[in-house]
Design a protein around this ligand. Structure first.
Ligand SMILES: Nc1ncnc2c1ncn2[C@@H]1O[C@H](COP(=O)(O)OP(=O)(O)O)[C@@H](O)[C@H]1O
Ligand SMILES: [Mg+2]
Length: 332
């Protein structure tokens, strides 16, 4: 059963230049113990989708009435977008839902020790005593591989190295045992060895805690390493989604194919890379029809610039929104 169910999420921002569509008809589900990778170029709407799950978008954001985000918790269902005041929102802000960011400095207040902040968070979200919260915090720091956890507990974020800060942030996010963890480019700023350690750690913890993880990255290599399923986003829409191996080995959508062709192949390092031609259109000049048609090598002259392709299944739990793809997942 899914823990998190997003249905028809539509999000716009009011700006001086007019309404910007950032997310359009986005739907996905994540089950317990499952990692959904959300991948796409910059500006595709990954971060604002994640922020919607915690209602963290600024006040110029507008959700369409049919947008729905539901959490299925043991205590009952939660309709996230209908939560109003800070007391109700606690459940999605560090309670049942927790988030880790690319820049861990942003997650810790500079003038408070790591330990103080971890304990404070536990006191807000659980009924633990201060003493129990402190010992759990040290234990979580140990779990994420921070040596001398007892000492680190009393230090400030700036006293830790980048990799250690990232681990401390993960420890803090996981200490309240969230049901849903959102990780927005959590390893992008790390060097590759530490990145691999952090990814392994997250994979272990997901299974152990039975969490659902939304893992956001622009890096398909990272997706291949951590995700069970992947959703590919372009200009606010999910264009393809499915089991990670299937999507990476037999991509159907021209955008997914383009992302994969732009990666260096280990068995053909001398071959030139083929980037996706053209630029991402400005959100103020959103293409009509299929949002990818202005850059698509498979564009169909009679349809793609005027109609929006519906989601079609091309395999078990594998769907694609593209007029050029038939039900076998191939382009004509
Ligand atoms: N507060 C905001 N006001 C106006 N536009 C925004 C705001 N936040 C994000 N956007 C726009 O929404 C789109 C999606 O942004 P984002 O989710 O950050 O992309 P990604 O994380 O995929 O790189 C972008 O076009 C961005 O400029
Ligand atoms: Mg982002």
């Amino acid at each position: 059963m899914s823990l998190l169910k997003v249905d028809n999420l539509n999000l716009q921002f009011r700006t001086d230049e007019g309404l910007i569509t950032a997310v359009e008809n986005v739907s996905f589900e994540i089950g317990a113990g499952e990692v959904l990778g959300l991948v796409g170029g910059s500006g595709s709407g990954k971060s604002v989708t994640a922020k919607s799950l915690m209602q963290l978008n600024p006040s110029n954001s507008v959700y369409s009435p049919e947008s729905s985000i539901k959490l299925e918790l043991e205590e009952g269902g939660v309709d996230v977008l209908s939560l109003k005041n800070p007391r109700e929102l606690v459940i999605v802000r560090g309670g049942a839902v927790s988030m880790i960011f690319q820049e861990p400095m942003a997650s810790f207040a500079p003038a408070l020790t790591i330990g103080y902040q971890m304990v404070e968070q536990l006191l807000i979200h659980t009924s633990m005593s201060k003493r129990a919260a402190a010992s759990l915090s040290v234990e979580m720091l140990e779990r994420v591989g921070i040596s001398d956890a007892g000492k680190r507990f009393h230090q400030y974020a700036f006293e830790l190295s980048g990799g250690m800060r990232q681990r401390a942030m993960i420890a803090m996010a996981l200490s309240t045992k969230p049901k849903v963890l959102i990780a927005d480019e959590p390893t992008t700023a790390l060097d590759v060895t530490i990145q691999a350690q952090v990814l392994d750690l997250m994979k272990d913890l997901v299974k152990e805690f039975g969490m659902a993880i939304l893992f956001i990255t622009h890096d398909l290599g990272v997706i291949a390493q951590v995700a069970d399923r992947v959703a590919v986003m372009y200009l606010g829409r999910i264009v393809e989604s499915g089991p990670v191996r299937e999507v990476l080995h037999s991509p159907s959508h021209p955008y997914t194919k383009g992302l994969l062709n732009a990666l260096p192949k280990l068995d053909a390092l001398d071959e030139p890379l083929t980037p996706i031609p053209g630029d991402i259109p400005s959100p103020l000049e959103r293409p009509p029809g299929c949002v990818f048609h202005t850059r698509c090598p498979e564009v169909l002259a009679d349809r793609c610039d005027s109609s929006i392709p519906q989601r079609t299944n091309v395999g078990k739990d594998h769907s694609v929104s593209c007029f050029a793809v038939d039900s076998t997942g191939k382009t004509a």
